[in-house]
Design a protein around this ligand. Structure first.
Ligand SMILES: Cc1cc2nc3c(=O)[nH]c(=O)nc-3n(C[C@H](O)[C@H](O)[C@H](O)COP(=O)(O)OP(=O)(O)OC[C@H]3O[C@@H](n4cnc5c(N)ncnc54)[C@H](O)[C@@H]3O)c2cc1C
Length: 492
């Protein structure tokens, strides 16, 4: 193994002929820095070398790169780092939260995600339960607090299949500390600030008192990354976005990644940007959320470009600012999912303080007669993420918010956009797509925030099984359930 603390200067590719290139190891990391960019070369190189300074020179490393540093990617990265196999060298590449000219975003740029074990689908309920069981350990290990165990309430009509499924899952999963609330009067008594009636006057509720509430997705991602980095000196986080993945020119069975800063918006055709490269990669696992199918990222066994069969759906976010004084009346409010039989379903977060030090109640959901819009192209996705959401839907949701909380005094209301990635099976896609050198972990279906830790563990076991032939927990049922559906990208 070459000594990673020494490097030479060279020049690569005609396109970048005016830039200095630093080759950090005999094979692999080429780092391109423009001469006059104001950042010292040594400073940039240190982050790459210091992580690797204690490597055992006699071991041939397997290089694994996670693309995407969101809720799934950061959890996967953590579990890969936790594996004590000395053969592994782990990278996680994905941008920090960025606004402005950025053109890649994440579904985790927020402070409130509902977490609960009572999902009506047994797989999602099980994944959520195992994740939630890890929250306190993650907080302790990272010293970052992200979990608010305020409980979770689901309300719907007693005539709805949805509520029957919720009650069934509670029994099947033997969920403790739950309580059925069987009348409107009881709901009113407990939550006097909320009007939880349904159109057919038959509301029922299920309250999960423990192991539920809400999490901060921002802090969760931060915590998972921090734990990964604390594990060993063979892992590196890179704050960049990948613009291309290609077969490594020195070894066709390996991969090379090209990445740039996320602040560069017109990155694809821009000749004036720094390209960061990692080569000699044994396995890439792509957890890029809504961006899975853009750029050349995904390939099959024949090195044909492929796509993953996911649907990207516009998700409207509406936030209502209230004063700290006003928030006091919601002191016992759990996170809430409310489904009316006929018109609207909603999820509502209790008052949460955001980084701007203001308190907001967040609500999302949809009208059954207004289907969610699907986004098809990368441009559509960027435009939607850069927008302030759908103003019509925001005003409909505002009306609903006041129906739900008739006496609340709102200081201001805010509309925003987000995206959820759906699969036909409503299950995750986790599995290899190109021999044992490339795999994917995606398809959160709007449920993955609460379950991300368990998804990361599943994906990490799958990757390790592929790369090291370890006997990790992947049985046939798992392989079948999460098998990614793919198609070949047709050239025009
Ligand atoms: C408004 C809203 C509310 C939600 N509420 C809930 C909830 O209450 N409970 C719940 O369980 N779930 C909820 N979800 C769903 C949950 O947030 C998602 O399922 C989850 O965040 C998906 O995780 P992910 O890692 O697949 O994607 P993301 O968290 O979006 O992460 C993908 C990451 O990949 C990175 N990336 C993309 N392209 C590249 C590239 N080319 N190179 C490098 N990095 C790249 C992005 O920067 C991003 O960080 C909600 C989603 C939305 C939008």
């Amino acid at each position: 193994m070459p000594n990673l603390s020494t490097y030479t200067t060279s020049t690569v590719y005609k396109k970048y002929r005016n830039r200095n290139t630093h080759i950090v190891s005999k094979y692999t990391i080429e780092y391109i820095i423009p001469t006059l960019n104001g950042i010292t070369k040594t400073k940039k190189m240190t982050s790459l070398t210091s992580n690797n300074k204690n490597v055992d020179d006699n071991i041939h490393k397997k290089r694994i790169v996670v693309v995407g540093r969101g809720m799934i990617g950061s959890s996967l990265y953590k579990y890969l780092c936790k594996d004590d196999n000395k053969q592994l060298e782990i990278f996680c590449i994905g941008p920090n939260e960025t606004k402005g000219k950025a053109n890649i975003f994440g579904a985790w740029y927020d402070e409130g995600r509902i977490t609960r074990c009572s999902d009506p689908n047994i797989t999602w309920a099980t994944l959520a339960k195992s994740s939630i069981e890890q929250y306190r350990a993650i907080e302790n290990e990272s010293n970052i607090k992200f979990y608010h165990e305020v409980g979770h309430l689901v309300v719907g009509s007693k005539n709805q299949v949805h509520m029957k499924n919720v009650f069934d899952v509670v029994e099947k999963n033997n969920l403790k500390d739950t309580e059925k609330i069987l009348s409107l009067e009881e709901l009113k008594q407990r939550y006097p600030y909320a009007n939880l009636n349904t159109k057919d006057n038959s509301p029922v509720g299920l309250l999960e008192k423990k192991r539920s509430g809400h999490i901060s997705p921002r802090k969760f991602v931060e915590a998972q990354c921090k734990i990964g980095q604390l594990q060993n000196n063979k892992s590196t986080i890179i704050n960049k976005k990948v613009i291309a993945i290609r077969p490594d020119k020195n070894d066709k069975n390996k991969w090379c990644i090209e990445a740039v800063n996320n602040e560069n918006s017109n990155d694809i055709d821009n000749d004036n940007i720094d390209i960061f490269k990692i080569g000699d990669i044994d396995h890439i696992v792509i957890a890029a959320g809504a961006w899975m199918n853009f750029r050349p990222l995904l390939y099959n066994n024949l090195k044909q470009r492929i796509f993953i069969n996911i649907q990207l759906m516009c998700t409207q976010v509406s936030k209502f600012e209230i004063s700290i004084e006003e928030a006091k009346q919601f002191d016992n409010m759990p996170s809430l999912i409310y489904k009316d039989l006929l018109s609207f379903w909603a999820y509502v977060l209790p008052p949460i303080m955001y980084p701007d030090k203001k308190v907001y109640m967040k609500i999302g959901g949809g009208y059954f007669d207004t289907p969610q819009k699907e986004l098809k192209t990368e441009n559509d996705v960027i435009k939607w993420y850069q927008s302030k959401g759908d103003q019509d839907l925001h005003s409909k949701i505002t009306t609903f918010f006041y129906q739900l909380f008739p006496n609340v005094k709102v200081l201001s209301s805010h509309s925003d956009s987000c995206i959820t990635c759906h699969t036909k099976t409503k299950q995750l896609f986790i599995g290899p797509i190109c021999n044992n050198t490339m795999s994917v972990a995606c398809g959160g279906n709007g449920y993955a925030a609460k379950s991300a830790d368990a998804i990361g563990k599943l994906a990490s076991d799958m990757v390790l099984k592929n790369v090291l032939n370890c006997n990790n927990a992947w049985d046939d049922e798992c392989i079948k359930k999460f098998k990614p559906e793919i198609g070949i990208v047709q050239k025009n």
